[in-house]
Design a protein around this ligand. Structure first.
Ligand code: AQP
Length: 339
């Protein structure tokens, strides 16, 4: 018999630096849209993930509140969704340990994010960085989440979550964990660097010119778009014509994701025009979309105690769901529960 699980969406964002347009289009913007659509929504600031690479403690506190503020500024309503920071719910770390005994070391070494972040000196990276996907599986499965909205870069980690759930169910002869579905949707599932169309836009890239931050003002956004790498050719009438032009393709996809059009619709409007016309139009659209979010984030950040209160309440709600699931996991594995 196959267990049916109630629809539940979980996703998280690391407080590992200022948030980017990639985080907004690939994740945040969509999180709000899933609210009230039938599935319970649980959103988390994943601070335990952030520390897999050293974080300055003061900055980590600031960034954690800023990510919570960004969730709310993007439309995540803590009265509708559960919103909290990961380290306040101990079941995440507890279940991650149990999953460390299920997952295989080889699976972890195959993760491209580990290879990218560990670089050439992987022996010297933290053990946490290697085990990161096991914690991510715990984040998701501690809530029996059925769906996870993420950007394209997280696809491999989600496959590993499915592998861990399937191996646990198989090893213990149960049907306890759901095989979670990734939700990789929209025109901006992989927003690329403004300086290199082959690299993902990332908050931890050493160069600020590669990304648009959610805290950038209108001038900074316009300047970064003006300086974005492109080519000298005019824009074609459809996306097929952009196959070998990654930087141009990226800017068109960003435009489409911001306005809610398809990339082909955007190109139909700009066909035959060069970047001299396209970039100022993109800057205008970007500023128009991001300025209200930046403004709301600033307002939330003016009251850090209120953010902490909201995350504390969310943590209680989250723990109430996760605790019985983690307790049952231990029972299944043969651990004695005497109280
Ligand atoms: N460039 C991107 N395009 C689309 N989606 C993106 N996401 C991140 N970058 C892009 C999505 O944002 C969510 C949160 O990501 P994260 O903070 O947990 O970690 P990440 O994926 O590693 O993002 P960054 O910005 O690259 O962070 P650092 O630099 O700290 O590693 C995820 O759903 C992700 O897919």
């Amino acid at each position: 018999m196959t267990t049916s699980f109630a629809p539940r969406i979980f996703s998280g964002i690391q407080p590992s630096g200022g948030l980017t347009l990639g985080n907004y289009l690939g994740a945040l913007k969509r999180f709000a849209e899933y609210q009230g659509q039938g599935a319970e929504t649980i959103y988390c600031v994943v601070d335990l993930h952030a520390i897999t690479v050293w974080q300055d403690p003061e900055k980590l506190r600031h960034n954690t509140r800023e990510v919570a503020a960004a969730f709310m500024a993007s439309g995540v309503d803590p009265e509708v969704s559960v919103l909290f920071n990961q380290s306040q719910v101990s079941q995440h770390a507890e279940l991650a340990w149990l999953f460390n005994t299920v997952a295989r070391v080889g699976w972890m070494y195959r993760m491209t994010q580990f290879k990218d972040k560990a670089g050439k000196n992987s022996e010297n990276s933290s053990l946490g960085l290697l085990a990161y996907p096991s914690l991510m599986a715990a984040d998701i499965l501690a809530y029996h989440a059925t769906e996870v909205p993420v950007g394209e870069d997280q696809k491999q980690h989600l496959e590993l979550t499915r592998d861990i759930a399937a191996k646990f169910n198989h090893d213990y002869g149960v049907d306890f964990f759901p095989i979670t579905k990734p939700m990789i949707e929209g025109t901006a599932t992989r927003v690329m660097s403004l300086r290199d169309g082959s690299k993902k836009m990332s908050k931890s890239d050493p160069s600020d010119a590669t990304r648009i931050n959610l805290t950038d003002d209108a001038d900074a956004i316009a300047q970064k778009i003006r300086k974005a790498r492109t080519d000298a050719d005019p824009l074609p009438g459809s996306m097929e014509g952009l196959q070998d032009r990654p930087e141009a393709k990226n800017l068109v996809n960003i435009f489409a994701a911001l306005t809610g059009e398809s990339a082909d619709q955007v190109l139909a409007r700009f066909e035959g025009q060069g970047f001299g016309a396209f970039k100022p139009a993109l800057a205008e659209v970007a500023v128009e979309s991001l300025a209200p979010i930046t403004e709301k984030m600033t307002r939330f950040m003016a009251d850090p105690a209120e953010i902490d209160r909201i995350m504390g309440r969310g943590a209680d709600q989250a723990a109430a769901i996760a605790q019985p699931i983690v307790e049952r996991t231990k029972e299944i594995m043969g651990m004695i529960r005497s109280r």
